[in-house]
Design a protein around this ligand. Sequence first.
Ligand code: PMP
Ligand code: GLU
Length: 397
Amino acid sequence: MRKLADRIERLHESQTIAMARLSRELQDQGHNIISLSLGEPDFDTPKYIGDAAKKAIDDGFTKYPPISGYADVREAISQKLKRENNLDYKASQIVVSTGAKQCIANAVLCCVNPGDEVLVPTPYWVSYSQIIQLAGGVPIYLNTTIDSDFKVTPQQVEKAITSKTRMFIFSSPCNPTGTVYSHDELKALAAVFAKHENIFVLSDEIYEYINFVGKHHSIASFEELKNQVIIINGVSKGYAMTGWRIGYMAAPQDVATACDKMQGQFTSAASSIAQKAAKAAISISTPDRDMMVETFRKRRDLVLNLMKDIPGWKTNTPEGAFYVFPDISYYFGKTDGSTVINNPEDMCMYLLKDAKVALVTGEAFGDNQCIRFSYATSDKLLTEAIARIKVSLAKLK
Ligand code: PMP
Ligand code: GLU
């Protein structure tokens, strides 16, 4: 049998995407599946953004852009970082890529050598572990639990650092837990990393705007750490632009220059038209974004309220993003007479089959107690999904 490269044999498929694909297949076969698997806003991209894209075509922005993005787009991002985050980044320190996912891949491939250790608090976003391993890095997982709101402590981090540690990767607001680190918690983590100037901190801020507790704080705001931080952000989540595929990085100059070189060999640049649309998204102020965030907050409250009386379904209070990550270990060992639930994967498969609700197993995020529930859909579907889940769980004895 013909074999492909070892690196692709070792790579796991993204389980968020796999679950979304499976639920689409079942829907095509006529099953009434409610898919809460993929983390994607259900809103349409606001009209002014689409208009900017149409104008970009009419204005002839259809040729290869500069590798790291058009100068005006990078300048608009630099201004956004100043205006909204009080961070000083020159346009030359910004790299625009094909989604935040490519920014993360660029950063890891440019900073991590084979054998280097990368600290990753669990639960983590699916692709971190795979991208690290693709670069030959060794993920070192720092376990957190629901009891501490899934937050890693400075002591945990300090203990895990070795001479091989090269990077720390985290998201706040976090996918999959909705956890938001406070200013003081970030400051305490920054103090640890500032003592180790060779360690990069990759701060994934893609859910910056979907934050229900107030102002977003970036770990890059601590001056002593700024030269080690790589900010990852983009327009997918905050502006309902997942399909446009625009993310960006703000980084120390050497990292940004390296990522420009990497990207120049991989994809050239992100789509010219989508870049111009993203520039409009972040530069023009309209009520669309606030409306979407307020809707997510209301949905969070709705689902937490509906989940309150599910026996053994333990949740934290997510303060951002659009996920709930319930601990369902209460059900381990229980059965409906034919299926035994031994782990989150079994639970997801059971709920897909019995309740026709698609969720994602915690194992995809490095957690073996929880499952991920995305509430980026309508109140009606959320209410229906939770009602179906309750019926299915009640069958488990
Ligand atoms: N980071 C996190 C935490 C995410 O949830 C996502 C969502 N896909 C990404 C990065 C990638 O975003 P993008 O769609 O911009 O590639
Ligand atoms: N970030 C989304 C999620 O976690 C999209 C899927 C993906 O990019 O893996 O579901």
